[in-house]
Design a protein around this ligand. Structure first.
Ligand SMILES: Nc1ncnc2c1ncn2[C@@H]1O[C@H](COP(=O)(O)OP(=O)(O)OP(=O)(O)O)[C@@H](O)[C@H]1O
Length: 313
């Protein structure tokens, strides 16, 4: 059974004592998506993941994984996903290959298929040279790679990754992302949390911003960018005496309030005004106005994050 929504979170709430960790959160994750859950420390991301992966029971609401209810059909719901953070279940005295093979056989692969899968995963995570070392000799980054490799053994339809790249060096982060994107290309759905906003902006198809247990915003990185004001045009002239004429030309083309600096002009741009910008450069040149900067910028996800979340502290 497949479902266009791999995850359906409907009006979920969770309290710890009097503290509302998650409050009436609803969202869907579509099949084949990389979906990012973002929020400041203590926002409720881990609590949400724990409820989605059946480790915690919500006080209210319903979660469906590939159509199966995590509370009333928990056995079937559990069969739909894999989750990272199983390092505790990995045996320190066994080698990387042996660990992967055990998990492969536990997930129903034959001995031969488990060996083949272990070989594939060791190659994907650049662990071939360490394949026969015991885990006790592994560095933190190697462990994290093996942890993700273990969670991919059974080629899960749905993968939960709680901060998969935190603390990893840039090369290892790239490796992680390559494997995650390969998983998605072969049909898996990924929900992840990350502290790295630029990573979420680059890799996630959609992002949900959580703060104080509540869903603050949801959308593609570009849609979230629009929430804090959309694109801007910034124009800088080579000499301050040209500014007034440049302002007149800009104002005639774009009828929005202009922010005037010493040598710069900044104005908000609607998407349909982008073609106007090309003509503007010609008009400025015709008026012999020297331009030292002409840039169209989108708000970064950092700006979105700071604008839409207030954090705990
Ligand atoms: N078992 C628990 N008992 C009591 N309070 C808890 C428990 N687990 C989480 N909380 C509280 O619920 C809130 C949400 O915590 P959660 O771990 O889900 O946040 P998070 O967004 O994952 O944060 P971080 O980015 O720091 O990991 C926090 O205020 C936290 O202190």
């Amino acid at each position: 059974m497949t479902n266009p929504n791999m995850i359906q979170v409907n009006h979920i709430s969770k309290h710890f004592g009097n503290h509302a960790a998650v409050q009436d959160v609803s969202f869907n994750v579509h099949q084949g998506e990389i979906f990012g859950l973002l929020g400041p420390n203590g926002a409720g991301k881990t609590t949400l993941i724990k409820m989605m992966t059946t480790l915690l029971r919500p006080d209210q609401g319903q979660i469906l994984l590939n159509g199966f209810d995590t509370q009333t059909q928990s056995r079937l719901a559990k069969q739909q996903f894999s989750v990272t953070g199983q390092t505790a279940a990995i045996d320190q005295d066994l080698t990387a290959t042996e660990n992967l093979m055990i998990f492969g056989q536990l997930s129903g692969l034959t001995h031969r298929a488990a060996r083949r899968r272990a070989t594939e995963l060791l190659a994907a995570f650049d662990l071939v040279a360490s394949a026969h070392q015991t885990l006790a000799t592994f560095s933190g980054g190697m462990r994290r790679r093996l942890d993700l490799a273990v969670s991919l053994v059974g080629k899960p339809k749905l993968l939960f990754l709680d901060e998969p790249t935190t603390g990893l060096d840039p090369r290892t982060r790239d490796q992680m992302w390559r494997v995650i994107k390969d998983m998605v290309a072969s049909g898996s759905t990924v929900l992840l949390t990350t502290q790295y906003l630029e990573e979420a902006a680059q890799f996630a198809d959609r992002i949900a911003l959580i703060d104080h247990g509540k869903l603050q915003a949801i959308g593609t990185p570009a849609e979230l960018g629009q929430r804090v004001g959309g694109k801007q045009l910034r124009l800088q002239v080579t000499a301050a005496k040209m500014l007034a004429e440049a302002q007149r030309i800009l104002q005639a083309a774009i009828k929005q309030p202009i922010q005037v600096g010493q040598r710069s002009l900044t104005v908000a741009l609607a998407d349909d005004q982008l073609p106007v910008c090309a003509g503007l450069l010609d008009q400025l040149a015709a008026a012999k106005i020297g331009v030292s900067q002409f840039a169209i910028t989108s708000p970064s996800l950092d700006e979105v994050f700071f604008k839409l979340t207030v954090g705990k502290n």
